[in-house]
Design a protein around this ligand. Structure first.
Ligand code: ATR
Length: 285
């Protein structure tokens, strides 16, 4: 009997996770004898849940809120990306039985933008400043991803300026200037920008709208919202209306999943409309 490859996602709560639908779609598409399940794991139970992975035949797991930071103390190795982001979203059981942690959110953000705006990404957004709204965990991943593509200036704009300042300190690169700016300066931050990424929760279903005047944003700047519920946020609609290329947030979720799937199941899976539709259908349930 051939081995069933097991993986999943640990979170608390986790029932809302779209990852089982996403990986399930790929498992079926590629005909892999594998499973991907959602595991509700309370914070206190994370150490034992992670310790059991190998013995229960898991290839690895995704981690979601609230485990992304705490899991880092429970693994054998942490790669450079996860270390810089300060959080892990993917664990892989290695052939020698050790547990490796990585973070695929920065990769997901960049690959999502690459899919919809390949020329602008290849040109590093014409070397212009890149703007990140927000300074939480998603902003950390965005900062690392954008620093790694060779940005020369990144502006972090956040309601709580001290968080933006703290975040600005995590990348040390002499060819990159990272500026922290307050929320009241957000329209000014858009002047000359080549990319705008919203990593705040504003504009998400059930949250306050993102109030942002795009008037100073160059018309060719790419606008990316990592919010994907709704898919067409107010920010993206406003961007499209004035002719800016707009990239929705669902693709980040889809692309960040590729690295885990590849590590656990041995195939680099494709992100396409079938996958998007399968995940959107799961979201609607
Ligand atoms: P995540 O880790 O998912 O990125 P988070 O750490 O809760 O989530 O961050 C949410 C982001 O949305 C923060 O940048 C937050 O700003 P603060 O750091 O000032 O809290 C931002 N945010 C949430 N509500 C906001 C609001 N009403 N106005 C401006 N920014 C807001």
């Amino acid at each position: 009997m051939s081995e069933v490859l097991r993986a999943g996602v640990m979170g608390w709560p986790v029932s809302h996770s779209l990852s089982p639908a996403l990986h399930g779609h790929w498992l079926q598409r590629y005909g892999i004898a594998g499973t991907y399940e959602a595991f509700p794991v309370e914070p206190d139970e994370l150490p034992s849940a992670i310790a059991r992975l190998r013995d229960e035949g898991f290839r690895g797991t995704n981690l979601t809120v609230p485990h992304k930071e705490s899991a880092m103390a429970l693994v054998d190795t942490i790669d450079d990306t996860a270390r810089r982001i300060g959080a892990a979203n993917t664990l892989v059981v290695q052939d020698d039985g050790t547990l490796a942690a990585t973070n695929t959110d920065a990769y997901g953000l960049i690959e999502n933008i690459r899919a919809d705006a390949p020329e602008q990404l290849a040109a590093k957004f014409s070397g212009r400043p890149l703007v990140i709204l927000g300074a939480g965990g998603a902003a950390r991943a965005a900062l690392v991803g954008l620093a790694d593509i060779g940005a020369t200036e990144i502006r972090i704009v956040n309601r709580t300026l001290a968080r933006a300042e703290a975040l600005a300190g995590i990348v040390a690169d002499q060819d990159l200037v990272v500026r922290a700016m307050g929320w009241e300066d957000r329209a000014r931050a858009l002047a000359d920008a080549g990319l705008l990424v919203n990593t705040t929760t504003l504009g998400m279903q059930g949250q306050a709208p993102l109030e942002l005047d795009l008037g100073t944003l160059p018309a060719d700047a790419v606008v990316n919202d990592i919010v994907y519920a709704p898919l067409e946020t107010g920010l993206l609609a406003a961007a499209r209306q004035r002719g800016n290329p707009a990239v929705d947030g669902l693709g980040m979720l889809l692309h960040q999943a590729r690295a885990g799937f590849r590590a656990w199941f041995g195939i680099d899976p494709e992100v396409d409309d079938d996958l998007r539709n399968a995940v959107l259908a799961a979201r609607a349930q």
